[in-house]
Ligand binder design. Sequence first.
Ligand code: GLA
Length: 407
Amino acid sequence: MTPWHKFLVVALTASLSILAAPVRALDNGQARTPPMGWNSWNAFHCDVSAALVEATADAMVDSGMKAAGYTYVNIDDCWLLKQRGAKGELVPDPAKFPQGIKAVADYVHRKGLKLGIYESAGTVTCADYPGSIGHETQDAAQFARWGVDYLKYDNCGDYQGQTYPQRYTAMRDALAASGRAIVYSICEWGNESPWHWAPAVGNLWRTTQDITPRWETDQAANHYPQGIMDIVDQQAALAGTSHPGAWNDPDMLEVGNGYLTDDENRAHFSLWALLNAPLIAGNDVRHMSKDVRTILTNTDVIAVDQDWGGRQGSKLRDDGDTEVWAKPMSDGSVAVILLNRGRGPVDISTSAGAIGVKAADSYTVRDLWKHSDATSDESIKASVPTHAVAMFRVWPGAHAAKPGTAS
Ligand code: GLA
């Protein structure tokens, strides 16, 4: 081969490998399972402070949430002053955070938890505080210096002519350059089909407009914010787009907020787990009822969310008021939800074969809310009350693991 031929071969191979390169997935080592934690917005809106965040961290330890896997304590909007400082830096509101953010991060870290913060990929945040567009490198470096472990990056303000991927990629690169491991949560409300481009940019991306603690969307309120069932409907088509390190985010939990019944809270939590959604509690965990605490710390359900297989569940059957959802688990079992959206109790049934469990002579069916095991020949059924679910995990044959263990 002449040197000229060699050159041609090398050049051709190089250009072919560039053409064949898959879209780069974000590989920052974070959120290998859906992140779990708490965020201030759903219960407190702008009423955030160091005292609230620190008391919440205490409560997360005392309530058993930390032991159940909740790690991130996330400050949402309104933590900062309306003007940047003399060097262009973000300034925490001294009335709300008298010792600044680093002191809060240190407190949270001493509890064995991690701290999250909020900014926006535009000129202002949604509550009209300074946004990060044009300041990405400076802001990311400041978050890193403070010891921040998680950034929720919102979509308010002027975009200065930039596209969605440009704005969110600028912060991805700034976070990487900061040198600190920071979970990157994209919050563009599902506007630009983020499930197509965000896996290469962030660890999670919101798929919808804001959630509200209602079973159904309030139609009189012009479809916004959205009820839990409305959000669930928008997740059905997205099952194939998430994977470890990159998760669909149907918004933070409303468990324990508003007037949701215990059945509605259980249904909401079960569906989020089946969807591999981030489990970010949005209630006042300092003063939650025993029932709400029991729901948030159900480790049988959390194990479905955190399954390392990272295969998001999907809707298998839609009969109007009743639905069947299932998620294949990495140990060969399948998690299944029988959902009653209607008024009045109803019998719902499916079978081990229909949900994709390997054929066997009998099956172990664990009720993930009653924490009891039963043996079944094929059928999986329950009488499900109004606005409620039954949730099971089904193994082919006998399964010896104790209920409550994340096997
Ligand atoms: C947007 C987000 C919410 C919350 C608020 C804060 O609406 O979607 O989750 O962060 O902004 O202003």
